[in-house]
Design a protein around this ligand. Structure first.
Ligand SMILES: [Zn+2]
Length: 73
């Protein structure tokens, strides 16, 4: 058993990738996949026309966002 450098879990040696692990020595496959997922670009936000309309109406009603909360609505 060998402990992962990133998540500190004791894992068998099969859980550690061997190919191309120059910068992540002793990092398990799960942590490598997490890092890959974080590096990948996020998908575009799908524009919801109804939500945009609701947000615009709310912004017209309540005004722009303030750093301090408004106490009386
Ligand atoms: Zn790990």
């Amino acid at each position: 058993m060998k402990a992962c450098n990133a998540c500190q879990r004791p894992l068998p040696p099969e859980a550690f990738p061997k190919a191309g692990s120059r910068g992540r020595e002793g990092t398990c496959t799960v942590c490598v996949n997490d890092r890959r997922r974080l590096r990948a670009p996020l998908p575009d936000l799908v524009r919801d026309c109804e939500q945009v309309r609701i947000n615009n109406a709310a912004a017209l009603w309540f005004g722009p966002v303030r750093p301090m909360p408004r106490y009386a609505v």
